[in-house]
Design a protein around this ligand. Structure first.
Ligand code: NAD
Length: 513
């Protein structure tokens, strides 16, 4: 067995690494080999206060830094990220397990938000009304909040933080990012990149840890707002705690995304989409399709096409490599993030079988191209799933696709709308009228029409409905700018010495005339 170096992974504060004084740490593993590659510090309360204080000290100067300077730094960061993204992709693959091309895809979607934030000057413009009343002008302005906390999940260690921090920083806030303890290194790489781009020390900080670190952010009077992404129970907890502490909060939670296939759909397109969106990133995407709602009579045909496609997929180490014929061939799907998560997902496969769903493809039998200690589970396909089964009600967050058969569009719509989650959904059809009706009637935040993972582009906002989002503001786009700034309206009167004398006593409510 080859020995692996175990790297200590710490925090980042005041523009430099910060080890902290906590004696708690967690293992970070390479999911493709099962080996421990790092020990990430789990912050103590005092460590958290140290990092938050760095952000608070930097906040005053950063909010006074000109828009021109702030956007110059943003452009520099964008250029560095674009030219060095391969390094970041390798870090993501090594700790998360997703394949290299998918890691690059996640970076590209995050970079889009950086590019959006480069235009922040336009988005921060206020309004001005000259002569709103006699001799009175009114203008509006938006100002930063101060220190903002970003708490992110394991499944997008680069993209999810980038949904928030470019907009927060460009708007004049300072940031404490608390990444997932499962893949904490991407955040540190991003911190170093910010420094190279010329961001002043203390504007972007990284706090590693678990509940202790999260609670410190939620309770700190220095932290004005929280952007959270993760599972629904934790999102709800974060929303409640942060609101109680008087903070602005957006908490994005879990999902169970349905893809509805109508009888007139192109079944090859639908089968390709189901496989890509069901098994890409091993199903560990908040916008993954986990339920396929087949409107009869398409189910038999669709299930057969999906099953055929799963057999062509290469499951293995996410780093690019060569196949047995010496051809360069990247795996299509990597391992799951941890052994415990792989075992949990395998437990759901057993539960589905016991509940009577038809197991068409069993991912537990996968022959992965990689280390036998990797956390492998292949694509799994269930047919004849019913809404009472645990594999339907729970968010599995793995490569398990459940087919529910229904008799009509109305039944499909009722199923989607009765689900507790409302993150993303898709409809596959060639009937524009049906698609338009679905768009209007479905209670979900992000909808795809013949598009399986409808993640909005950066200048629109990302967010779900129901128990997929607590709070009312979605991520990035203009909603993101709104979240990270507060509005002020200024009403001013300047005396015109050439006009009649102003002033005098008048105790009535001011009138506009
Ligand atoms: P998670 O809820 O376990 O962790 C998210 C963050 O919360 C991490 O930083 C973690 O350290 C912290 N955390 C965990 N337990 C905590 C506790 N008891 N108290 C305080 N903080 C705690 O989620 P995960 O497993 O890292 O990520 C997967 C989940 O995230 C899935 O449910 C997925 O749907 C969801 N997700 C949602 C979106 C979205 O846009 N809605 C995007 C990505 C992921």
């Amino acid at each position: 067995m080859t020995s692996t170096t175990v790297t200590p992974i710490g925090h980042w504060a005041d523009g430099a690494p910060f080890a902290g004084a906590s004696d708690r740490a967690a293992d970070v593993t390479n999911p493709a080999t099962g080996r421990v590659t790092g020990h990430v510090a789990l912050a103590s309360e005092a460590d958290a206060q140290h990092v938050i204080a760095a952000a608070a000290r930097a906040a005053r100067d950063w909010r006074e830094t000109s828009l021109a300077r702030r956007t110059q730094v943003m452009f520099a960061f964008r250029e560095l990220l674009n030219s060095r993204k391969e390094e970041l992709a390798e870090i993501i693959t090594a700790e998360h397990g997703k394949v290299h091309s998918d890691a690059l895809g996640e970076i590209a979607r995050g970079q889009e938000v950086v590019e959006f934030a480069c235009g922040i000057s336009h988005l921060l413009k206020g309004g001005h009304s000259a002569g709103a009343s006699t001799g009175v002008d009114v203008h509006s302005t938006r100002q930063p909040l101060g220190v903002v906390g970003i708490i992110s999940p394991f499944n997008f260690p680069a993209m999810v933080p980038m949904w928030f921090f470019p907009v927060a920083i460009a708007s004049g806030n300072t940031v404490v990012l608390k990444p997932s303890e499962k893949d904490p290194s991407a955040a540190l790489w991003l911190a170093e990149l910010w420094k190279e781009a010329g961001l002043p020390d203390g504007v972007f900080n990284v706090l590693q840890g678990d509940k202790v670190a999260v609670d410190a952010l939620l309770q700190s009077p220095e932290v004005a707002a929280i952007s959270f992404v993760g599972s629904t129970p934790i999102a709800e907890y974060v929303y409640e705690q942060a609101s109680r502490a008087g903070k602005r909060v957006q908490a994005l939670g879990g999902a169970k995304n349905h893809m509805v296939v109508l009888p007139d759909a192109d079944l090859d397109l639908a089968a390709d989409a189901a496989v890509n969106a069901g098994y890409g990133s091993a199903g560990e995407r908040c916008m993954a399709i986990s339920v396929l709602v087949a409107v009869e009579p398409v189910a038999d045909d669709l299930v057969a096409r999906i099953a055929d496609r799963t057999r062509t997929l290469v499951i293995g180490d996410g780093r690019s490599g060569q196949d047995s014929g010496g051809e360069e061939r990247e795996s299509d799907m990597g391992p799951l993030v941890t052994r415990a998560h792989r075992d949990r997902v395998a437990g759901f496969v057993q539960s589905g079988q016991q509940a009577g769903a038809k197991l068409v493809v069993d991912g537990r039998e996968v022959e992965a191209r990689g280390d036998r200690d990797g956390f492998w589970l292949g694509p799994t396909l269930f047919d004849h799933v019913t809404p009472e089964m645990e594999i339907y009600t729970e968010e599995i967050f793995g490569p398990v696709l459940s087919v529910v058969r229904v008799g009509s569009y109305d039944e499909a719509l009722a199923l989607v709308n009765s689900n507790q989650y409302g993150n993303g959904t898709a409809i596959f059809t060639n009937d524009g009228g049906a698609a338009r009706r679905f768009e209007n009637e479905v209670e979900v935040g992000m909808i795809g029409v013949n598009v399986p993972i409808p993640v909005p582009v950066s200048y629109y906002s990302f967010g779900g409905w129901k128990r997929s989002l607590f709070g009312d503001t979605h991520a990035h786009g203009t909603e993101g700018v709104h979240f990270f700034t507060r509005g002020k309206v200024v009403t001013s009167r300047w005396i015109n010495p050439a006009a009649r004398p102003e002033g005098g006593l008048e105790l009535g409510f001011p009138r506009n005339d």
